[in-house]
Design a protein around this ligand. Structure first.
Ligand code: RUQ
Ligand code: CUA
Length: 776
């Protein structure tokens, strides 16, 4: 850094000579190697005009930004994958149900506490089968504040705050055993719906399968979301018990259908398999009927019933029993195409589009007709439990043959236009749900599950792009062994006549069942925390430590370290404990600059964490292994990153010290000291130059630069003390010690210069203006 800047301080003539030589070199290279033109590249790589056009539609130059940000479920990885559209560049993995060392998630005490919320029956559940993410909505459109996602394997739901893309809460469902149909939110994110899937006795007790019809139950849970706190409030959440119909995906109504929610089901046959007992398997018995049941639920009324005296408590959770749901008229059933996956409410809230994978038609239901049938109690029949069933033909708007295995639908910005995935045909169908007209079909590779359009399940779909979430990659990518990545295919839907496949994106982290995408400009993530923040609670950590307040506190066998991290040292650098001590190390990252994260690990102790600017987090362990254990920062955070190190010494029980000299004390001489002082003076000149430039600019208009200036000032502020020590030692003739302190003085300068140059580059690249003459 210093040296690079030093170049600019060369005499003008030497500088321009160097520049000239550089330019000559560059043109020489142009004339030879890079003379290849577009046609030649196309030929060499076997690209067509169509490929080039697709590339131009997705290519994002260095430093460029994406228009949309997608959140893909990570399936069995237990993560969320964040990527940009149209570039399809992966931006982040968010640890949700699974520990994620890179983020310290599940390693620091604070984030362990989040994962621990997901423990079930005293067991760690450190993985999840992530299925359907949902973005929070305000007035029916994404607001960029929260993301919710469910775990199908264990009945759980998680809350991710998009302020920092961290998981803040995991809630376990106390009444259902297995849940798939979530997460979906209503137009103002009052509730998050989560439906039970495989029926089981409520509250987890044992009942023989012979009692399936009588004792096994399904249901839906409405989790109350507390906007203020940014957390689910289990005490205000409730569930409705439903027949054992394997409830599945859901959607909330909007506009005229607001106040209602819709939930698919499959295996409404209530079939119980058992191949080994000679019975036909589940798959045969569960697809015997032509239709399953769409559950239409008046959730606003249900919320009132849940708050009243007819609701009961099961495992401390509010439950509306089936009988109450029937008596209060909360649920109405409508036959729907069999084995559906998704009920998608049109942007205007007037139509419900449902595809059954085992029915070649996609059904469009009319909300006007459903509402009228409900209001006039126009039941065709009742189910065996007493729930009313509507006559499907009286509420249908259209049945449209799109292709084989229709699965899930998403809407376009063009009114009436909807896209449906065709699992068996491996195609995307574009059609009009108002007219029932098929408009276009596009083959994809292979076996599409869900699909996703931009804001495609809101009141205001944005059109432009569609992503096919394909189940199999097969031959699409370089082979990487029998376990293949998943394949997300980007499709251009901007052309109103023809869909075009643009790009294949391998997703190598679990099965992305569902994905949601939001306009990037609606996301406003923070770049640093207020100093001393416990990022998992958002509150100020009681362990916040300021520079200069670092300390080690012992109470009996408990040792607490209050430390800090800043380029490029960990304070304290030596931690000495006794074998058997319980040790907690609380660390605060003192940085303010963007992206200035530090990591911390202790070798062989399984201790690890990640500290973003301003964050305070703790790691705890029992010092049960005596010995010497180096610790260090795991992020390459500055030129002195490798020196960001220290030692944990665990003294064996009963160890008697025979201490020698720490290090030679006469390694450095007066000449070394003077050399270091000369370097420091030169470095200071560079710093002055940079500072002069920054101060001459309207740097205060750039918050990023203000943060950098604060960080640089912090570093410079430390110089006084070490400079004084260096000079005192030198005055006493202790040149060894004086040289080391002068060296530390230089370290602070280097870091200040590093930060300063970053600020200077930022200003230059962002067109800052000169407000006063630069100091010479
Ligand atoms: S499912 S397509 Cu959970 Cu929707 Cu896999
Ligand atoms: Cu901090 Cu490397």
């Amino acid at each position: 850094m210093i040296r690079r800047f030093g170049v600019r301080r060369l005499g003008a003539s030497r500088f321009s000579m160097a520049l000239l030589a550089g330019l000559l070199m560059a043109s020489f290279v142009c004339m030879t190697a890079s003379a290849e033109n577009l046609q030649q590249v196309m030929k060499r790589r076997g690209l067509t005009q169509k490929d080039i056009l697709a590339a131009a539609k997705t290519y994002t130059p260095s430093g460029g930004r994406d228009e949309f940000i997608a959140f893909a479920s990570g399936g069995q990885s237990g993560h969320i994958i964040v990527y940009g559209i149209p570039s399809m560049r992966i931006l982040k993995y968010v640890g949700v149900f699974t520990p994620e060392p890179w983020q310290g998630y599940g390693f620091e005490d604070e984030s362990k506490a989040v994962l621990d919320q997901g423990r079930i029956n005293g067991k760690d559940m450190n993985w999840g089968d992530v299925h359907h993410p949902a973005l929070s909505e305000t007035n029916g459109d994404y607001d960029g504040q929260f993301l919710f996602v469910n775990d199908k394997a264990n009945p759980r739901i998680a809350v991710i705050d998009l302020e920092d893309f961290e998981t803040k809460q995991i809630v376990v469902n106390p009444v259902f055993q297995n849940m798939h149909g979530g997460a979906f939110v209503d137009s103002n994110t009052n509730y998050i719906i989560h439906a039970a899937q495989l029926p089981a006795p409520v509250a987890g007790e044992y009942k023989p399968l012979e009692l399936f019809n009588e004792e096994y139950r399904g249901g839906v849970t409405y989790w109350k979301f507390d906007r203020e706190k940014g957390r689910i409030d289990p005490s205000r959440s409730f569930s409705i018990i439903l027949p054992p119909y394997s409830q599945d995906l859901s959607d909330f109504g909007k506009g005229p259908s607001d106040g209602y929610s819709f939930t698919n089901s499959f295996c409404s046959e209530r079939y119980v398999g058992g191949i080994e007992l000679g019975r036909p398997p589940f798959e045969a018995g569960c697809s015997a009927k032509d239709t399953d049941y769409l559950h239409v639920i008046n959730w606003r009324k249900a919320a009132k019933v849940a708050a009243g005296r007819k609701a009961i408590k099961v495992n401390g959770h509010t439950v509306i029993p089936m009988k109450v749901a029937i008596d209060e008229g909360l649920v109405v059933l409508i036959p729907e195409p069999k084995s559906p996956h998704g009920v998608d409410v049109s942007p205007d809230g007037k139509y419900m589009v449902i595809s059954g994978k085992l029915d070649s038609h996609t059904y469009v239901y009319s909300w006007d007709k459903i509402k009228k049938a409900i209001d006039t109690k126009d039941w065709a029949e009742k189910d065996p439990y007493g729930f009313p069933i509507l006559d499907m033909n009286k509420v249908l708007h259209a049945q449209v043959a799109l292709g084989l295995g229709p699965l899930h639908s998403q809407f376009d910005s063009v009114d009436g236009v909807v896209y449906t995935s065709l699992y068996v045909d491996s195609m995307v169908a574009r059609w009009n749900y108002r007219t029932g007209k098929l408009l276009d079909r596009l083959p994809i590779h292979y076996n599409i599950g869900h699909l996703m359009t931009m804001h495609g399940d809101t009141v205001k779909p944005r059109g432009k792009y569609l992503v096919a979430l394909n189940k199999l990659a097969i031959d699409r990518f370089n082979p990487v062994g029998p376990l293949h990545p998943q394949n997300h295919q980007l499709i251009d839907i901007g052309d109103k006549n023809k869909m075009t496949l643009l790009y294949d994106m391998p997703l190598p982290l679990g099965e992305p069942h569902y994905t949601v995408a939001i306009e990037a400009k609606l996301l406003k993530p923070r770049i640093r925390y207020k100093s001393g923040t416990n990022t998992r609670t958002g509150e100020r950590s009681p362990y916040k430590t300021r520079a200069g307040e670092e300390r080690i506190v012992r109470k009996g066998k408990k040792v607490e370290v209050f430390g800090t991290l800043i380029r490029s040292h960990i304070t304290p650098e030596i931690i000495e404990v006794e074998e058997g001590d319980d040790v907690t190390i609380h660390l605060t990252n003192l940085e303010r600059a963007e992206d200035q994260t530090h990591g911390f690990t202790i070798s062989k102790y399984g201790v690890n964490g990640s500290w973003e600017p301003g964050k305070t987090a703790s790691v705890s362990f029992k010092a049960d292994e005596p010995g010497v254990f180096p610790y260090y920062c795991t992020e390459f955070c500055s030129a002195l990153h490798l020196e960001m190190e220290g030692y944990l010494l665990v003294k064996p029980k009963g160890y008697k010290a025979k201490v020698g000299k720490l290090m030679p004390k006469d390694q450095y001489t007066k000449a070394d000291y003077e050399k270091q002082i000369k370097t420091n003076m030169e470095t200071q000149a560079v710093i002055d130059d940079v500072v002069g430039f920054i101060m001459s600019q309207n740097y205060k208009d750039f918050p990023e630069v203000v943060a950098l200036v604060q960080d640089a000032t912090d570093q410079l502020a430390k110089i006084d003390e070490v400079k004084k020590r260096a000079e005192e030692e030198a005055a006493k003739g202790n040149y060894h010690s004086a040289t080391l302190w002068a060296g530390q003085w230089w370290q602070y300068q280097v870091k200040a210069a590093d930060i300063g140059l970053r600020a200077k580059t930022y200003l230059e690249q962002h067109g800052s203006k000169t407000v006063k003459a630069a100091k010479k």
